[in-house]
Every structure is written in C-alpha cells, then in structure tokens.
Ligand binder design. Sequence first.
Ligand code: G3I
Length: 386
Amino acid sequence: MLAKLLGSLIACAAMLIGGCAAPRYTSLKEAYAGRFLVGTAYDPANFSPAEVENIQAHYNVVTPENCMKPASIHPREDAYNFGQPDTLVSWAEANQMQIVGHTLVWHNQTGNWFFQNADGTEVDAETLRQRLRSHIHTVVGRYKGRIKGWDVVNEAIDDNNTSETAKTEHLRNSNWLRILGPEYLTLAFKWAHEADPQAELYYNDYNIERGFKHESSMRLLKRLLAEGAPITAVGIQGHWDLNPNYAAIEKAIRDYRSLGLKVMITELDVTTRGTNTGALPGFGLGAAAQAAATRTAEEAATQAAADAAEREAAWKKQAVAYERLFKIFDRHAGTVTRVTFWGINDRRSWRATQQPLIFDGQMRPKPAFQAVLDAAHKRPWFPLPF
Ligand code: G3I
C-alpha cells in the first residue's frame, strides 16, 4: 500500500517537473487542440494520396495558396473561376476543416481590368469602388457561412521603412491607394462584413512584427478601428529565417492584443539558408550541380557527405527556431488563434530551395516537425502570467 502511494507520488512529481507523463503527440492539430488551430496552404490540384493524408492527419484549417486571389478567381470583370475554390471548400468541409479565404484586396495577382476602362485609360474612383464592392460581395457572398475568415487586405504597408515612415501608416503606393485613397481598406472590411456578417476579417502582412513597419501597422490598425472597420485579427505572415526576432514577435502579439485584436500566424516558413527573401539556391543545386559533372566517384561521394552534413546542421538549427516560435505562440494561445504553415512540404514551398517547412520533399518529417510537437510536450503545467 505504502509502496503504491509512493509510486503515485513519484509519478506525479515526474509529471510536474519534467512533463514525463505528458501525452506523446503525433499530430500537429492534436498537440495544439484547445490552444489554436494549425493550418497549411493548399490548392486542390495534383496532390498525391500521401500528401492529402498528411493534410488530414495534421491540420484543421486550410488556406488556398493561390486559387482565391483576385487574378485567379476573377480574371475579367464578367468572369469568375469558382472551380478550384468550390472544390477546396467542399473538400475541407467533408474533412471537418475550417477554411481561410485568401485574399480579397492585394496589389499583386490582381487583374489590370480592375483599374482600366475599356479604352485602356484609368478608371475613376467611383467605378473602382463599385468594382471592388462587387468583387467582395460576389466572392465572400458565395461562401457565406462556409468560410471561417478572410484575409481582407493583404500587404498594404510599404517596405523601405525608416524612423520617418514609422510616424505614418506608410501605405504602399498601389493602384488601390492611388485611385481610392486610404479609405479603401475601411471600405473593403465593411463590404466583407456586409457580405458575411459572421465571417472573421483579417489584415494580413509580412514583417509587421518588427521595427518601423510594426509602428506603421499599429497606426494603420488604430485608424481602421476608429473608422469602424470590423477587424477580428492581424495576420503576421511569418516568413522567417534561422534567426527570427523572437522578442519582437512576442511584443507584437501583445501590442495587437492591446488593440482588442486576435493574432494569427498566417504563412509560416523558416528558411534554412539565406534570409527569407527567396532566390538562394538549395543544397547541392546550382554551381554544385555544374561541378558534379566533372567529379570522380570519390569526389562525388565526399561532396555528397559534405552536403548531407551541412543540411543536417541547418535542419537542426531550423528545429530550434520552430520550437522557440511555437513556445511563444503557445504562451499566447487565446490571443494567437491560428498558426498556418505556408505549404505542406519543402518541394511545394514557394521557397523550395531554402527548405523552409517541417516535412521534406518526400513528405518525411524533418527535425522541425518533432520540435513543433516538443514545444507542446514541454508546455508548463502551471498557468503563465500573461
Ligand atoms: O498558375 C500559373 C500557371 O498557369 C503558369 O503556367 C505558371 C508559370 O509560371 O504560373 C502559375 O502561377 C504561379 C502561381 O504561384 C501558382 O503556382 C505564379 O507564376 C506564381 O507567381 C505564384 O506564386 C505565388 C505567389 O504568392 C505570387 O505572388 C506563390 O505560389 C504563393 O506561395 C505566394 O504566396 C504569397 C501570399 O499569397 C501572400 N504573402 C506572400 C506569399 C509569398 O509570396
């Protein structure tokens, strides 16, 4: 009896101290159940059965990577492409997954027809207002009650930030801003809300968690809220490298919360090489591939071993970064309501050569996958004072 009691006490102590008895998660969505949603980018085209199974196993929310962007879904004024978006929405519903609509207003991947008259001259503000309103009502209205939330405005703040631009919203000089003025953002949020009053509405951007761009984002959000824009959350895209600015990320989450907003990490990827601006070659590609043609078998084997060692070291560092990031998100669960990876594996990533995701090109889990689960395994049992 005494031995049994002692055994229980030891087991309890072990659980409290080291999380020894913590559940060993194998699925991302289970590891963060009750904390925040875990998502991935997904366009329903040419996915292998293994890839689809992976999505079903690990995620409870999907964002279409491209098929709902204005140029895809509304290529001409009188033409909508609802094929892939409809397939995505039905598939997600059949698989009990939520859906994020991406994106309604962007400076990129948007047909020029929005901004031009039939004769090629620029439209006036009233025409553009009507076109945008009609676009938002048609797209959001079609999926009313089925899409959890929309990235209403994407990347409206300019880059090249300085201490001077930090004193302003520093809006990107897009056609939207030039023709409609700064009120285009508020209007877009209001129209999206009219079209689906239950949908959550997000402002989504990159690098807004740090530096001068963060200050501009705070100014912009305060103004939009003051103007009555029905914003639910800020999307921090999260295109990061091996050295994310962890302190800035945590501060940004608190700053946005202080405005009464939720926070979502909407396009997470952590590049293993170079900064997260793209363009760098992957391991064993480019110059290395050219040199390979003239190597002896022995030289080739040496090079392959060096590449593998370099990759292994980079993947370990990537795992450390992912674990630290998920510990931050987990600490702020409740404010952070969703974390979405920007793609399901390195081969499909828009930064494929920089291997930024947690599954490799063959869908095998990388060290970062285990690290993301471990961040949940190591979750403290006591509540944190946030
Ligand atoms: O669909 C066409 C295809 O018909 C054509 O043959 C082919 C030739 O290049 O292009 C295909 O379109 C490509 C599209 O991805 C679908 O694969 C575009 O060229 C390509 O530019 C586009 O890239 C996307 C990029 O946004 C566009 O800016 C990436 O996949 C997508 O991951 C990326 O996602 C953005 C987010 O929406 C917003 N935040 C930044 C993030 C990264 O840029």
